[in-house]
Design a protein around this ligand. Structure first.
Ligand code: ADE
Ligand code: ZN
Length: 331
């Protein structure tokens, strides 16, 4: 059996994937045509390139929100398409991000309509193919703290059992996590689980420290710069902190010399240090990756072993925001 087939067969959870990052080229092309081609076909082609600059991919999402996603029906469709693809890679459970502020304020789709549409897709796909989805509302850190508060207010006004947590995404540089401390505190008080992107863009380890110790997140997305602070590494080891890492999409991958990125990528060191990592796809369509290849890359690029893959499975179960009974069943 090939490594790819082996990785495909592993029952997996996905804990770090952005809904807009899952839109496949065919669907984006169709949405672009419908909108009168605000993007040239060449641009659309160019979006789907592994290793594009961070600003390239993130700016596409802005374009999506402001020009291509025009209705709750679009959200329903892209959610169905994403979760159906999960099935092909034996992803049995996914906690995925969507960004309500862009959807509501730019795409002008009211929060409850957007959430209902995504949840309808989640319910239907669970019935038709057994893949279980959960929603995590992500704060766009390039927007203001007031907009983050607004997002949480919508969540509290329209609570849904399958909306289980909040995160922070978009460009880390110049948008430190402390700006959102109040929103995180209030979300925690209201029973939401917490995660945050930190240490993705090569920002100093302080952001990883801050989200762990001040925001008190339940897990960390990326978190690569943790390796620059041995005391913080020790704390993460002691506290079994889970890092949702992404082999294809990071500052390091995009800036390291292609000849040596795999040797130098912090994920390799994180695994060597014994940190609890779990491989994810982040923006699978735009980085030409899927859960199978993300897991395969852990072996082929970072020298992980089959035993490591077993540990990643356990880390995924540990990091998932499900009850202990479900965790027990998965183990
Ligand atoms: N939103 C979608 N993908 C992202 C990433 N890799 N980093 C930050 N925000 C994102
Ligand atoms: Zn991400």
């Amino acid at each position: 059996m090939s490594l790819q087939d082996f990785c495909r067969g592993i029952p997996k959870v996905e804990l770090h994937c952005h809904l807009y990052g899952t839109i496949c080229k065919e669907t984006l092309t169709e949405l672009n045509e419908r909108a009168g081609r605000p993007f040239t076909l060449r641009q659309v082609d160019g979006f789907y390139i592994r290793g594009d600059k961070p600003v390239g991919v993130l700016s596409i999402f802005r374009g999506l929100e402001s020009q291509l996603i025009t209705s709750a029906r679009d959200l329903y469709r892209i959610t169905c398409e994403y979760l159906e693809r999960c099935k092909l890679h034996n992803v049995v459970y996914s906690e995925f991000f969507w960004n309500p502020t862009g959807t509501v304020l730019d795409a002008k789709i009211p929060f409850q309509d957007a959430q209902d549409a995504i949840l309808k897709a989640v319910d239907e796909i669970e019935k038709s193919c057994g893949v279980v989805g959960r929603l995590v509302c992500a704060i766009d850190r390039e927007a203001s703290p007031e907009k983050a508060e607004m997002m949480l207010d919508w969540m509290l006004q329209y609570p849904a059992a399958k909306t289980i947590g909040i995160g922070i995404d978009y460009r880390e540089t110049g948008h430190p996590p402390h700006l959102f401390a109040e929103t995180f505190k209030k979300a925690k008080q209201n029973g939401y689980k917490l995660t945050a992107h930190a240490g993705e863009f090569g920002e100093p380890w302080n952001n990883v420290d801050f989200v762990l110790n001040d925001l008190q997140v339940d897990r960390i997305d990326h978190g690569y710069t943790v390796i620059d602070n041995p005391a913080l590494v020790q704390q993460c080891l002691d506290e079994n902190v889970i890092f949702t890492v992404v082999p294809t999409n990071s500052y390091y991958l995009r800036t390291l010399d292609p000849a040596e990125w795999a040797q130098k990528h912090p994920i390799r060191k994180m695994v060597q240090l014994g940190l609890k990592v779990h491989p994810n796809t982040d923006d699978p369509a735009f980085h030409l990756v899927n859960p199978t290849t993300a897991w395969t890359m852990m072996v082929e690029c970072f020298g992980c072993t089959i035993d490591d893959l077993g540990r990643f499975c356990q880390n995924g179960i540990e990091g998932a925001w499900v009850d202990s009974e479900t965790k027990q069943k998965w183990r």
